[in-house]
Design a protein around this ligand. Structure first.
Ligand code: BG6
Length: 511
């Protein structure tokens, strides 16, 4: 794991052939090529770096380069230096073929052997599955059958990056793991979750474990509850087909929100290495209490947005969006109350919420500490003290704020809420990035700390499965609505009010 700051001091990644399946798709153009460009600009791709694109369409190498060049012009996060862009595009070759066709892998083999004959890539191969999820297992199985992913002792490495979604249920995630593991070793599989590419997410580990200050109070004795919010303003847009079959819970919770939850809840790892860190994260997810059907219905809220307005944008109701069934029961918002059954967290609720078409884009983790046990200030009731909160802002603001009470100046004790605020931009200068740079660099250097291991993925699905099941049984009963552009459904407020708590506001949470 590297920070943008020390990336400049890092050596270039291992030479390798970077094979992209789904090379003509959106992910490649919007994220992978701009990320590779940023790595090239930071001198982190050595001379022995080559890209082989694989996609169905017939294209010459030249046409494919033109396609990527346009993508770079449209989606680069920085000013494009023509010499660096030229260098990167010169690394590219293209193979046309279907991922289900064994012939494709024969062609790929020839291309890899051609590159490897010159010794340039030293035989290292990274296969990136930037394809729809149905293709993940077939690609891995074909690579295995063609002998393309086989590693030999002390020989070159072969690694496969799998995009999300990793399964749609516990069973399908297990089945996918089984298929991948039938041809690859666990340490060859890199399951991506782009939330782990965010600097502020990585910083949760540093905040907790590089400071002596927080860990002694990071437990049930001092923490009242934790709120994790991922609020989006984007609506379903043109993704109706995917989204209506998926919903907010599957799309966001077992992956992105659980990454945040596990980093907050995990025990200190014995070492800062991929296995220790991922074991502790999986353990935290495994400790999430599995609710009964009744509890799952009580402790969850699911809702769909109605028509509304976000800023000056009119938003069509979810059910009227393209490729969404008119009577769809798919949730675009979910709120959950979870309990973690271990010695550190027993009795501390973790409230999670995420939704589309909300009033504001905001991702944050708010840790609320217990109040002072008594109020020793005359005339001041306990309820009037404001919350002691540690808020980790992930996006769009990046920073950490500690909220506490202070004395208002004047002759009498008058208490006012104040905040100590750390903002990334005040301390560090980071060139704008796609969020994929660190992940790709880490894979090329064999560091899997920011990737998900099979047990972590399965523990995530295990924890959300009871909610999916309970909702399926409940059908239309219990699906709520909210206005696009609002804070979410009223029922989400009730979920916390029941416990005598309330959500931070998505708009102006400190106001
Ligand atoms: C993706 C989801 O994984 O994450 C999208 O499929 C969601 O629905 C996106 O919008 C959110 O990512 P970010 O980085 O914008 O918070």
């Amino acid at each position: 794991m590297s920070t943008s700051e020390n990336r400049n001091r890092l050596p270039p990644a291992d030479p390798c052939a970077f094979v992209i399946f789904g090379a003509s798709g959106d992910l490649t153009r919007r994220l992978l090529i701009p990320a590779l460009y940023n790595l090239a600009e930071a001198n982190l791709l050595g001379e022995g770096f080559r890209i082989v694109g694989v996609a169905r369409g017939e294209m010459s190498d030249e046409e494919f380069r033109g396609h990527l060049e346009k993508g770079l012009a449209d989606f680069a996060t920085r000013n494009v230096d023509p010499a660096t862009a030229k260098w990167l595009l010169n690394c590219v070759s293209y193979i046309s073929g279907d991922v289900d066709d064994p012939q494709t892998y024969e062609k790929l083999k020839k291309e890899l052997e051609r590159l490897e004959a010159s010794g340039l890539t030293q035989g290292n191969r990274l296969f990136y599955c930037a394809t729809p999820p149905q293709a993940f297992a077939p690609i891995a199985l074909h690579l295995g059958a063609a002998g393309l992913s086989r590693e030999h002792d002390d020989g070159p490495w072969r690694r496969v990056i799998i995009e999300k979604p990793f399964g749609t249920s516990l069973d399908s995630a297990k089945a996918l793991n089984r298929e991948l593991l039938s041809v690859l070793d666990e340490d060859q599989i890199f399951r991506i979750d782009h939330y782990l590419g965010k600097e502020t997410v990585q910083n949760i580990l540093v905040l907790r474990f590089a400071n002596g200050l927080f860990e002694p109070i990071w437990n049930r004795n001092h923490i009242d509850h934790v709120q994790i919010t991922v609020a989006e303003t984007v609506d379903v847009g043109t993704r109706g087909k995917f989204y209506d079959a998926t919903g907010a819970l599957r799309d966001m919770v077992p992956n992105h929100l659980f990454q945040l939850l596990s980093l907050v809840a995990m025990e200190p790892p014995s070492r800062f290495d991929a296995n220790s860190v991922r074991s502790e994260k999986a353990e935290a997810l495994d400790s999430i209490r599995i609710p009964t059907t009744e509890e799952a219905l009580r402790d969850s809220v699911r809702a769909q947005y109605r028509a509304g307005r976000i800023g000056d944008r009119e938003v069509t109701a979810y059910r009227k969006s393209p490729d969404v069934a008119p009577g769809s029961l798919t949730e675009t918002y979910v709120a959950l109350r979870l309990e973690i059954d271990n010695w550190r967290w027993a009795g501390v609720p973790f409230y999670l919420r995420t939704g589309k078409a909300l009033t504001k884009r905001r991702t944050e983790i708010a840790v609320k500490f217990k109040q002072a046990p008594v109020s020793m200030f005359r005339d001041l009731k306990m309820g009037e003290l404001s919350d002691n909160l540690l808020v980790i802002s992930i996006q769009p603001d990046e920073g950490i704020t500690l909220h506490f009470n202070a004395k208002h100046p004047g002759p009498k004790i008058d208490i006012a809420p104040v905040g100590m605020k750390f903002e990334y931009k005040d301390y560090f200068e980071a060139a704008p990035s796609t969020g994929y740079e660190t992940l790709i660099y880490d894979c090329m250097t064999g560091d899997a700390i920011l990737y998900q291991r099979a047990d972590g993925v399965e523990a995530g699905w295990r924890a959300v499965e009871p909610f999916l099941q309970a909702w399926k049984e409940a059908g239309a009963k219990g699906i709520e609505t909210y206005d696009a552009g609002s804070e979410g459904p009223y029922e989400a407020a009730t979920l916390l009010a029941r416990d005598g708590r309330r959500w931070r506001k998505i708009t102006d949470p400190d106001g």
